[in-house]
Each structure stands twice: as C-alpha cells, then as structure tokens.
Design a protein around this ligand. Structure first.
Ligand code: GTP
Ligand code: MG
Length: 182
C-alpha cells in the first residue's frame, strides 16, 4: 500500500526544563542536525515538526520548545492541553536543574489537566553529558534513574545535543510514548 495515502497522526509534545539546559539545542539537533554553541534564550514558545514512521504508522511529531526563563514564560493552560507527551530536560552538570524536575512535572499536570494525571506520559532527558568528559557531573545516572523510577517509571535518556549523542533515541521514545497514549 502507498504509505503516503495513509492518514498521518499528529502528536503534540511539550519540552520543559530550566533555562539553558539545552531544550532548543536538542530540538535543533534532532530536526535540523545543527548545533549552535551560542546561547539565545527562547521567548514564549515555538514548535517544529518532524515526520516519522513508527511501525506502519506515519506520524507528525509537533515539538513545542518553551522558555525556561521565567520572564519569558507566557503560556496559558490552553497551550498545554491536548499534549500527548511531555519531555523534561535537565543539565547533568547543574544540580538545581535536576531538583526542579518535579516542579516542572507538577506545573505541567496542573496546566494540562489530563484526564488521568497518574498515567500521563513524561520523559526525562539528562543533557550535556559531553562536558568535561563527564567529570563535572553533579547528577549521576543512577540518581536520575532512581528519581524517574520513583515517579512511575518515567523513561530516562542521557544525551548530548552538542555531540548528537542519543538525541534520536530520546525523541523516538517521545514519539512512541505519545503515540501509545494517543
Ligand atoms: P532557554 O531557551 O532559556 O529555556 O534555554 P534552552 O534550554 O533552550 O537552552 P539552549 O538549547 O539554548 O542551550 C543553552 C546553552 O547550552 C547554549 O550555549 C548551547 O550551545 C549549550 N548546550 C546545549 N546543549 C549542549 C550539550 O549537549 N553540550 C554542551 N557542551 N553544550 C550544550
Ligand atoms: Mg530555548
């Protein structure tokens, strides 16, 4: 069968996390295979799309990149509603960005108000594992995995947007999880 004639499924994914952890960089690496060393704060929110095939289904992943900086956050709850998955990113070298994971998770659940909050699909991404060959890490992989396990077995990925390490894998999991929850 001609796959182009099949209906595409639109999956809405929201990416959250502290400012500077690499949300925009992960998206740019995943969608455009580009990495920019220079930091440019995201203002408000913007989305990019990527088409992919999961088993025999064609899906359009609509990835919403959001502002980590509080003064640039201007998103109402209408924005979060209808999300199929939420990816929360932290920087493995900055403890504080890990400690805020739960705030992001709770704020998302409050705003998105999903019918079954207990089973809403999240994914956690520990980014920037390339820095200093891992010697400046403040959050170990075990610590991150333990936290994810304690919140209902949230899938966890360690990535480097800079080196394009594990980025495709993380977003494929996002897509699969979103599709399963759809
Ligand atoms: P806000 O838009 O303010 O919320 O920040 P953000 O989470 O989108 O962070 P952004 O992607 O803009 O990255 C912040 C800085 O970290 C930039 O200078 C990036 O080049 C850098 N960066 C992002 N990912 C990585 C990574 O995996 N490794 C390294 N070494 N640097 C990274
Ligand atoms: Mg950004």
């Amino acid at each position: 069968m001609d796959v182009s004639k099949k209906r595409r499924t639109l999956l809405k994914v929201i990416v959250l996390g502290d400012s500077g952890v690499g949300k925009t960089s992960l998206m740019n690496q995943y969608v455009y295979n580009k990495f920019n060393q220079q930091y440019k704060a995201t203002i408000g929110a913007d989305f990019v799309t990527k088409e992919l095939q999961i088993d025999d289904k064609l899906v359009t992943l609509q990835i919403w990149d959001t502002a980590g900086q509080e003064r640039f956050q201007s998103l109402g709850s209408a924005f979060y509603r209808g999300a199929d998955c939420c990816a929360i990113v932290f920087d493995v070298n900055i403890l504080r960005s890990f400690e805020t994971l739960n705030n992001w998770r709770e704020e998302f659940l409050k705003q998105a108000d999903p019918s079954d909050p207990e089973s809403f699909p999240f994914i956690v991404i520990g980014n920037k594992i390339d820095i200093d060959g891992g010697n400046s890490r403040m959050v170990s992989e075990k610590k991150a995995r333990d936290w994810c396990a304690s919140k209902g077995n949230i899938p966890y990925f360690e990535t480097s947007a800079k080196e394009d390490y594990n980025v495709d894998e993380a977003f494929l999991c996002v897509a699969k999880t979103a599709l399963a929850s759809e």
